[in-house]
Design a protein around this ligand. Structure first.
Ligand code: PLP
Length: 391
């Protein structure tokens, strides 16, 4: 098997599993309990909080554990909107956000909030002048993702943060794809709230976090017990939190080497596809791009058919976001880049890990070349296109 869907999820690293195991079998006490079996869990949570906070230049008291990136995004956007509604009801985000942000904004629109969805350029990058122009006296929140999950484009987060800070507007970023892959520092980038998730960086599924800058008046998301300083109730997922911290430590340790390896493989794969498969388009920015992201549109083919045929060869890839796969709608991200519906339908995302090899990339290109060729041979559109070329 060749696994090229690391933006959907990653393999939990053995050292992460090892760190988690004792919290299932030995130190299973409830962290809120007084006895030492419970306090062992509490101690582990505190240590994990320190590790994760340190990795983004935050304080431990600014980290709140959640059940993943989706919950963190929901919390940030809904709670910021509600907590600052006296100042205004206008939110700015982009057309290429993950549905965790987009659908939350749509939910708020039905409740009297106004949302501006910024366009992006052909490479998926937000225009800072358009952002400035969209700001109004009643703007209370800017939410722009750190890096896009489909096309890998990295947004100018520091510049956006500086604009938000200067205007006194809260700035949230969905860093689910960026955290653990590229350096993130909340102070340097003027970030007020940041969402992240463990399973994208070789940690367990079902655990994530929301960073909330100290002093911000953000209401709690889940009501109940006093966990997470009264802001996110529910017995803590101790093994998940411990595993998250182990994954963050691992990601920090490997970031440079892993990034270098993935970039090399990514550029090799992009180069070979561009040279060997005609009528394709690289989606996303060529340089300002996550180390492991490759996203192409192939004209005259259906991405879903390519995926099925790749799967028969033991290759796991994706046509975009895992959340929209299975849906017949073309990717909202690719449409926002200006692609036509049929181009967006013919897209393929391959996201690499440091475990992939150059030999695997060679196998992938070989199969892809044959698959795209075979599908085009069956396509009446391609036949018409070839005829029109001859005229
Ligand atoms: N935001 C982005 C950019 C993502 O890529 C994802 C997951 O694919 C999420 C949010 C949701 O994260 P989770 O799966 O942890 O809920």
């Amino acid at each position: 098997m060749i696994y090229l869907d690391n933006a959907a999820t990653t393999k939990t690293a053995p050292e992460v599993v090892e760190a988690m195991l004792p919290y299932f079998t030995e130190m299973y006490g409830n962290p809120s309990a007084i006895y030492s079996l419970g306090s062992a869990g509490k101690k582990a949570i505190n240590e994990a909080r320190r590790t994760i906070a340190g990795s983004i230049g935050a304080g431990p008291e600014e980290i709140y554990f959640t059940a993943g990136g989706t919950e963190a995004d929901n919390w940030a956007v809904k709670a910021a909107a509600e907590s600052y509604s006296e100042k205004g009801k206008h939110i700015i985000t982009t057309k290429i956000e993950h549905h965790a942000v987009l659908h939350t904004c749509e939910y708020l629109e039905k409740r009297g909030y106004e949302v501006t969805y910024l366009d992006v350029d052909r490479d998926g990058i937000v225009d800072l002048e358009a952002l400035k122009a969209a700001i109004r006296p009643d703007t209370i929140l800017i939410s722009v993702m750190f890096a896009n999950n489909e096309i890998g484009s990295i947004e100018p987060i520091g510049e956006i943060g500086a604009i938000a800070k200067e205007r006194g507007i809260l700035f949230h970023t969905d860093a689910v794809q960026a955290f653990g892959q590229i350096p993130v520092n909340v102070d340097e980038l003027h970030i007020d709230m940041l969402s992240a998730s463990a399973h994208k960086l070789n940690g367990p599924k079902g655990i994530g976090m929301l960073y909330i800058r100290g002093g911000l008046k953000i209401r709690s998301f889940v009501h109940g017990g006093a966990q997470e300083r009264n802001r996110r109730a529910g017995t803590e997922n101790v093994p998940g939190i411990v595993g998250y911290a182990a994954a963050v430590q691992r990601a920090q340790r490997l970031m440079e080497e892993k990034g270098r390896r993935e970039r090399e493989l990514r550029d090799y794969l992009i180069d070979r596809i561009e040279k060997e498969i005609p009528y394709c388009r690289l989606n996303g920015h060529r340089e300002k791009r996550l180390p492991g992201n490759v996203n192409f549109s192939f004209r005259f083919v259906e991405g879903e058919s390519v995926l099925i045929m790749l799967d028969m060869k033991g290759i796991c890839a994706s046509s975009g976001s895992a959340c929209t796969s299975g849906s017949l709608d073309p990717s909202h991200v690719l449409l926002a880049l200006g692609l036509k519906h049929e181009e967006a339908h013919g897209s393929l995302r391959m996201t690499l890990s440091e475990e992939n090899t150059k030999e695997e990339m060679d196998v992938v290109v070989e199969h892809l070349r044959q698959i795209v060729g075979r599908l085009r041979d069956m396509s009446p559109l391609y036949e018409d296109f070839l005829k029109s070329q001859k005229v």
